[in-house]
Design a protein around this ligand. Structure first.
Ligand code: ADP
Ligand code: MG
Length: 671
């Protein structure tokens, strides 16, 4: 048995339990040990039957004198055990658990742990936990009960028993795996596992969580390190000897001046492209910071040397947008651009210089001997899969293209470091000149009518376009049927409020040509108001859009709201973001008002992280974030400690390999 053994290697765990555990993300012994309780029930107060006071959580050692099934006044079936010790008697009752009669035996002694309440006119222990106990007083670890994230059919008691069994019978699982000097000031791994699952002292639980969290983060950094090594062990498809004047030639094609941070990013990318090892760089920048223009510069550089590039967008709509952007930047050049995206394709005669498509482009038969550069515009999902694919494909020939990944996910630097630690980072931290920060207001229900009137005047007088975003009904980054239904309802409602304007509806179930038509109509003014679900097309660029209304704004994280807000304020007219909320909670208003004051995505993400925790900000499906079990993304100190440790470890090749093996067993990392 080791950490990589499957849960089915534990005696008594079969395929049914295995399936249930998969729902909680548990497949290995390691997963199980890191499945830590989210709270503990403390029944360390041991009392006699006569000392038990109503309202207290206590443990009582007593003998079962008699058991029976009775019905309560409200008709609920109860199982009752009459208990006694040398001082007196008390009852214990359980509701709807008739099977207990075959488990709890008359004449035996148990420790009952639970809350004392009035049942009728008598004191009783209500639904207490119990354990068979003939000896003297048990130690504290037997009286603190961890409560785990459960799933149907797997209770906290089950976890307690199984994990306890592992701890007691397989000491080798808990062996320390890092040299002592790295664990200074921390609990040993063994103590941490024991304390997290069978604490005898609740004050130590936080230290245990910290150590397990450290391990988790360390694994992340070690993995990044290994990925980076693997990537660098390949050769780049082409070493691009970019001529000195390429940047200035490129700048002349643009209708605007590049920002300083765009120029810096382009220079960093050009320097990577000249290397024999393939580039693996992340370009991070808020919505609207101008990432596309940076990517286009890289494509242009490849083109001047006779190489092809491929740009991949997360959706067809964005692919089409990139295609149009590139067409317009390169309109006076002899650069051939092809759009290959699902049903839509616009190919040019002869050899293509730049391919544009969705992520499916990777799986089309592009000739990667000629494609020297791949740009992955990921919006919010992480490009790990795509990069892995490139390594696997390219690995066959020993060569992989240079890769530029772009993200607008506003994440604090420390978090970026751990998620993207295998990538080199360029940041666009300034907005193009002339952008006016979007004015953001919170709109309570009583001002809704007034707000609609104000919007009406804006549309009439300034011919602007308006987005109305419906809330996500379920926590998920995929749209559900319910979301679409509510968007349709809102669409009908908005049509009634604004009968004189063109109103459009956009949601994920629409076919691409239909989506494209709607977006075009918004762009060219056939539609003035677009009602949409929250998940679609964060990156659409509609310069005449100047107002965005977000319904039930309190349901979104600040970072998400900021991304949505980024759909307006892209042109040079004054833009507005109206946060509609029914909530009168002061806390919520305070949180939302941060959007009025701050205009940096990373800053807002950081504040949200502190206010609400990462799960809520990034949503569940955004891989990476939600996977942390013991550590927390807001624990910057621990993240830094793990990062430093991983750097120290990687200085010692042998140790690094040893620890990598510890984490992964015999699994080799593909990328
Ligand atoms: P994102 O970083 O969100 O992908 P885009 O690349 O879509 O942003 O750029 C947003 C808008 O800003 C586009 O209309 C683009 O033409 C414009 N833009 C990009 N760079 C600049 C700049 N340096 N000055 C002015 N406008 C710019
Ligand atoms: Mg973009």
């Amino acid at each position: 048995m080791d950490l990589h053994s499957r849960v089915t290697d534990i005696s008594g765990v079969g395929s049914i339990v295995k399936k249930k555990m998969e729902k909680l993300g548990i497949t290995t012994i390691e997963d199980l040990l890191y499945h830590i309780p989210f709270r503990y029930e403390d029944f360390r107060k041991i009392v006699t039957t006569t000392q038990a006071r109503v309202g207290e959580a206590v443990s009582i050692k007593a003998q079962v004198d008699n058991t029976s099934h009775i019905y309560s006044k409200s008709g609920k079936k109860m199982f009752v055990a009459e208990l006694s010790d040398q001082f007196g008697k008390i009852k214990a009752v359980w509701f709807s658990q008739p099977y207990l009669s075959s488990i709890i035996r008359r004449g035996s002694n148990y420790i009952f742990s639970g809350r004392v309440e009035w049942i009728g006119r008598q004191k009783a222990l209500v639904t207490p936990l119990f354990q068979h106990w003939e000896g003297s007083i048990p130690s504290s670890d037997k009286l603190i009960f961890p409560i785990y994230p459960e799933t149907k059919g797997i209770t906290s008691k089950w976890f307690r028993t199984k994990i306890g069994f592992l701890i007691d019978n397989y000491p080798e699982l808990l062996k320390e795996f890092i040299p002592e000097k790295f664990a200074v000031g921390m609990m040993s791994f063994k103590d941490a596992v024991q304390t997290a699952h069978k604490p005898s002292d609740l004050e130590k639980v936080e230290l245990a969580r910290r150590r397990l969290g450290f391990n988790e983060l360390l694994k992340l950094f070690i993995t990044n390190q290994k990925r980076k090594e693997n990537w660098k062990s390949h050769k780049s498809t082409a070493q691009l000897n970019i001529k000195k004047d390429i940047l200035s030639r490129y700048e002349k094609m643009l209708p605007f001046q590049l920002t300083n941070s765009q120029i810096t990013a382009i220079k960093e990318i050009f320097s990577d492209l000249q290397k024999t090892t393939p580039m693996n760089r992340l370009l991070e920048g808020d919505v609207g910071s101008g990432k596309t223009a940076v990517a286009a510069a890289a494509c242009y550089a490849a083109y001047t040397l006779g190489y092809q590039s491929a740009i991949m967008a997360p959706t067809q709509i964005l692919a089409i947008q990139h295609y149009n952007t590139l067409q317009s930047i390169f309109k006076n050049q002899d650069i051939k651009i092809s759009l290959l995206s699902g049903s839509i394709s616009k190919t040019t005669e002869g050899k293509t210089d730049i391919f544009v498509g969705t992520h499916a482009l990777l799986h089309r038969n592009l000739d990667f001997d000629k494609v020297a550069l791949v740009v992955i515009d990921e919006q919010h999902r992480f490009g790990v899969e795509q990069r892995t694919h490139l390594i696997v494909e390219g690995g066959k020939k020993g060569k992989i293209p240079h890769v530029l990944t772009m993200t607008a996910t506003p994440i604090p630097r420390t978090v970026a470091m751990s998620l993207y630690g295998d990538l080199d980072l360029s940041v666009l931290d300034e907005m193009p000149k002339g952008r006016i920060p979007t004015t953001t207001w919170i709109v309570p229900p009583e001002k809704r009518v007034g707000a609609y009137e104000w919007i009406r005047q804006k549309i009439i007088n300034e011919k602007i376009a308006v987005f109305i975003v419906c809330p996500l009904i379920e926590e998920s980054d995929k749209e559900s049927l319910k979301d679409i239904k509510s968007a349709k309802k809102e669409f009908e409602n908005v049509r009634k409020v604004f009968p004189e304007f063109g109103v459009g509806l956009l949601h994920g179930r629409l076919k691409t040509p239909e989506k494209e038509r709607v977006i075009d109509n918004l762009r060219n003014g056939k539609i003035d108001i677009l009602v949409s679900t929250a998940v679609v097309e964060v990156g659409v660029d509609i310069p005449r859009a100047a107002i965005i209304v977000i319904e039930a704004a309190e349901r979104f994280g600040l970072a998400q709201l900021h991304q949505l807000r980024g759909r307006v304020g892209r042109g040079n007219q004054k833009s507005y973001c109206l946060l509609f909320t029914q909530s009168h909670s002061e806390k919520i208003h305070k949180r939302l008002s941060l959007l009025s004051k701050h205009h940096s995505g990373a800053k807002l993400a950081q504040m949200d992280l502190e206010l609400r925790g990462p799960g809520e900000i990034f949503g569940t499906a955004q891989s990476g974030f939600s996977k942390l079990k013991a550590a927390s993304w807001s624990d910057f100190d621990l993240i830094k400690k793990a990062k430093n440790t991983s750097e120290e470890i990687s200085k010692d090749k042998k140790l690094f390999t040893q620890i990598f093996r510890y984490f992964y067993g015999d699994i080799t990392l593909l990328n």
